[in-house]
Design a protein around this ligand. Structure first.
Ligand code: ATP
Ligand code: MG
Length: 287
């Protein structure tokens, strides 16, 4: 993993996406002594902090391309946990995976189209600012560097991906860097996770989270419907000349068609390499 903040732009410049953090809300800057109210119980400063801080959702992925299942998983987590902001973070070079088919530029552009109608959502480019592999651990560290406590961050993830969490870089420490909001995916119910990951069972909870008691990062299991679609299936449909209407947002569909993305199944091949056949397209020895 690259050291936090190294390479490319400095960490502060790499996170224009984050809201400014009011000084009074930063951990360590909230000088609220424990006290006993005449009307209620005694709250210490950490508990009051948890009541007033924001809840930030983070959905990472290759988004090759982003599709309605991605939007569903983020929306279900936002509803279940009352998330005030949702960052959709496009991965650069995902570890343990083959290279994406579309360039990072195209993938980020499609995410931008996908979030355009959702006021509290943002397309985040922080993993694209470095040529190094994208690790969630490093991404969460960047949020911490900007003053966010682990208790304010909710890393949103599908149940299929979370089932592999033990293979992730920086496991198990990464589970202390943010809450994990695990949403069911068709064929991957969250009910199976306690058995699949027995060591983590004690940290698994069901929403709603009690803000007074959930300061320590937990694993929220969210059983909710999401579209039965995958990027792999969409790429295959495009390559086969089949429609992807209704599987991706309209702006994403238009972008894919306009730029000829996924017409070839060769990873990393540029869209311009396989533009619609034309006399010009056959000039340089292409058949
Ligand atoms: P690919 O087929 O290329 O693996 P994908 O559709 O699985 O693509 P990813 O970019 O791998 O999408 O997934 C990003 C995140 O979104 C993961 O946490 C994954 O579990 C989640 N996710 C993707 N599709 C769905 C879906 N239909 N329902 C719930 N979660 C999903
Ligand atoms: Mg996947």
């Amino acid at each position: 993993m690259r050291p936090p903040g190294s390479g490319g732009a400095p960490a502060s410049a790499a996170l224009p996406l984050l809201d400014s953090v009011p000084h009074c809300q930063r951990r360590g800057a909230l000088h609220l002594p424990a006290r006993r109210s005449e009307r209620g119980p005694c709250y210490d400063s950490d508990r009051l902090l948890a009541l007033i801080t924001r809840r930030i959702g983070i959905l990472g992925g290759t988004f090759d391309p982003v599709h309605c299942g991605h939007l569903d998983v983020a929306a279900r987590a936002q509803e279940a946990l009352g998330l005030s902001r949702m960052y959709i973070i496009t991965s650069n070079i995902p570890p343990h995976r083959q290279q994406p088919f579309a360039s990072a530029y195209h993938r980020f552009a499609m995410v931008s189209f996908a979030v355009a109608s959702r006021e509290s959502w943002r397309a985040a480019d922080l993993e694209l600012r470095s040529a190094a592999p994208s690790y969630t651990s490093g991404t969460l560290s960047k949020f911490h560097e900007r003053g966010y406590a682990a208790s304010e961050l909710f890393f949103v993830i599908g149940a299929d991906a979370f089932a592999e969490i033990a293979t992730w870089y920086d496991y198990p420490a990464i589970l202390d860097a943010a809450h994990f909001a695990v949403v069911s995916r068709p064929g991957f119910p969250v009910e199976e996770l306690p058995q699949r990951l027995p060591r983590l069972m004690s940290r698994m909870v069901r929403p709603p989270l009690d803000p007074l008691s959930q300061i320590e990062p937990m694993i929220s299991l969210i059983d909710a419907p999401t579209a039965d679609v995958s990027s792999t299936a969409i790429r295959a449909r495009v390559a086969a000349g089949e429609s992807i209407a209704g599987l991706v947002p309209p702006g994403v569909q238009q972008h894919i068609e306009q730029h000829g993305l996924y017409m070839s199944m060769t990873p990393g091949r540029r869209a311009s390499d396989h533009a619609p056949a034309s006399a010009a397209g056959r000039l340089h020895g292409q058949s």
